[in-house]
Design a protein around this ligand. Structure first.
Ligand SMILES: [Zn+2]
Length: 161
């Protein structure tokens, strides 16, 4: 069976940056299950897995523009501390949802706090990072109609309802 649209694929993966530092990885014996063609994983990775078979190993390098986006300086902003007056123990690393254009939300992370100002960053944590994936295909199966309808796999490693 080949990796293709509407297949549930289980993969072991390691994600590193360009310096070889591990950013994320699946636990040993607990592969990640995803529904192929549903946009659940990074597009460049999904494209590289197309047509693979179980036990294939794939190395993929995904540029920021095809990954979590370029780092945008203007998404890093300083706002008056008073805007966070009702937040207790405001600290670096806290995340907030803020209103953005077109009724959308932007998740911002506090990256600096002083007495007058708070610096928040709306970039994804991995924005500007070139992603190096090492992937091994573990298992491929047909998705059920329900899984296709939901847009995600069920069962071990998948979505639990
Ligand atoms: Zn579901």
């Amino acid at each position: 069976m080949l990796v293709a649209k509407d297949k549930v694929v289980a993969i072991d993966y390691t994600l590193k940056d360009s310096d070889g530092q591990i950013l994320d990885q699946s636990e040993a014996g607990q592969p990640l299950s995803y529904l192929h063609g549903a946009g659940m994983i990074i597009e460049g990775l999904e494209a590289a897995l197309e047509g693979k078979v179980a036990d294939d190993e794939v190395q993929v390098i995904v540029e920021p523009s095809d990954g979590y986006g370029e780092f945008e300086e203007e998404l890093r902003q300083q706002v008056p501390r008073s805007e966070f007056a009702d937040i207790e123990d405001l600290a670096v690393g806290m995340q907030f949802r803020v209103n953005a254009e077109d009724d959308e939300f932007l998740v911002v992370t506090v990256v600096d706090v002083n007495d007058e100002e708070v610096t928040v960053d709306g970039n994804h944590q991995l924005a500007g990072v070139t992603l190096h994936f090492d992937v091994k295909v573990r298992e491929i199966r047909d998705a059920t109609e329900e899984e296709i309808e939901h847009g995600h796999p069920h069962g071990p490693g998948g979505h639990e309802h």
